[in-house]
Design a protein. Structure first.
Length: 326
């Protein structure tokens, strides 16, 4: 066993004594860096907090809008790629071609016809994406069920349009590939074109069994599949958010819209205030009935009773004394 030298023995305790302090300083330094990073991000998080609160409950619709924008970018990329004996060709779903060819069949009597790609489905997809984005942005503020349903339905329509565009452009793949072919082999113009190409050094002359040629057929590119997948993901996100936000119970889709017809009324103008109702007046008191004269026998009895009644002494005045008068 090797024994440490006196110099190593003196350095070892010092190294052991310094290493814990270095570890502590490194940990404290990392904590300071994390604190500085959090302090830098705190204003950004404070600014984004209202946006996060506004987007609560609408993340699926926002995802559909973002997916629609990505799909829009993919629509302008080549969806089909083909190569043949005379070059290569790329095409977008709008019918735009990118051709690289030496035009061997230019002088042919019957050159291959140009492929006709209908860009209707791509145009409808672009319009649908615009509707999705606008409706999703307005729905952040309005937050109505009608706009939510519009975003969900438009996402489904976008998926259908993209799928129809994929099927259509895939059916046009043979026509796209024939655009960069050599043309009919027995045609004189095609043979002259191949000889000119061979003489100029662009390629060899196509002789049977002499040279080996390699090319690929037409096929959909990764952009086409990516656009289809993104459209499906956007529709799924919008449908999931719509199902989450809808009230509990069976899904009811109104097939008829109520139509309200307003007709002018023949009564008073509703804009003018209605007159105040008059309070009912007090009922008139009935007139007193005329008293009928009492019968003669009753009047005679009353007069007799009044004569028999003695006068009140308090009200009777004494007669004056004649002596005092004199």
């Amino acid at each position: 066993m090797v024994q440490p030298t006196p110099w190593q023995a003196g350095k070892t305790p010092q190294a052991q004594a310094v290493s814990p302090s270095r570890a502590a300083s490194g940990a404290s330094r990392r904590q300071v860096d994390i604190a500085n990073a959090l302090a830098t991000l705190r204003p950004l998080l404070a600014a984004l907090r209202p946006v996060l609160v506004l987007c609560r409950g609408h993340w699926g619709y926002l995802g559909a809008a973002i997916g629609g924008v990505i799909t829009l970018y993919a629509l302008f990329q080549p969806w089909i790629n083909a190569s043949s004996t005379d070059g290569k060709i790329k095409a977008t779903p709008f019918g735009k071609f990118e051709i690289s060819s030496s035009l061997v069949a230019l002088w042919a009597g019957s050159p291959p016809p140009a492929a006709k790609i209908n860009g209707t489905w791509a145009v409808l997809a672009c319009i649908t994406i615009a509707v999705i984005v606008v409706a999703a942005v307005i729905n952040l503020r309005a937050q109505t069920r009608a706009l939510s349903t519009l975003v969900m339905g438009s996402s489904i329509a976008l998926t259908l349009f993209v799928i129809f565009a994929l099927v259509h452009i895939n059916n046009k793949a043979p026509d796209v590939r024939n655009m960069v072919g050599n043309g009919p082999t027995r045609d004189l113009g095609s043979q002259v074109g191949m000889i000119v190409r061979w003489a100029s050094g662009n390629s060899g002359y196509a002789l049977p069994g002499v040279r080996r040629y390699t090319w690929t057929t037409a096929g959909l590119t990764s952009w086409a599949w990516f656009a289809g997948a993104m459209a499906v993901v956007s529709a799924v996100a919008a449908i999931a958010q719509w199902v989450r936000n809808r009230p509990a119970g069976p899904i009811q889709i109104p097939l008829r819209m109520p139509i309200v017809i307003t007709r002018p009324s023949s009564g008073p103008d509703p804009a003018q205030p209605a007159p105040a109702p008059q309070q009912p007046s007090a009922s008139p008191q009935p007139a007193p009935e005329p008293q009928q004269p009492a019968p003669a026998s009753q009047q005679a009895t009353t007069e007799t009773a009044s004569q028999q009644t003695p006068p009140d002494p308090a009200t009777k005045r004494p007669s004056p004394d004649p002596d005092q008068t004199n």
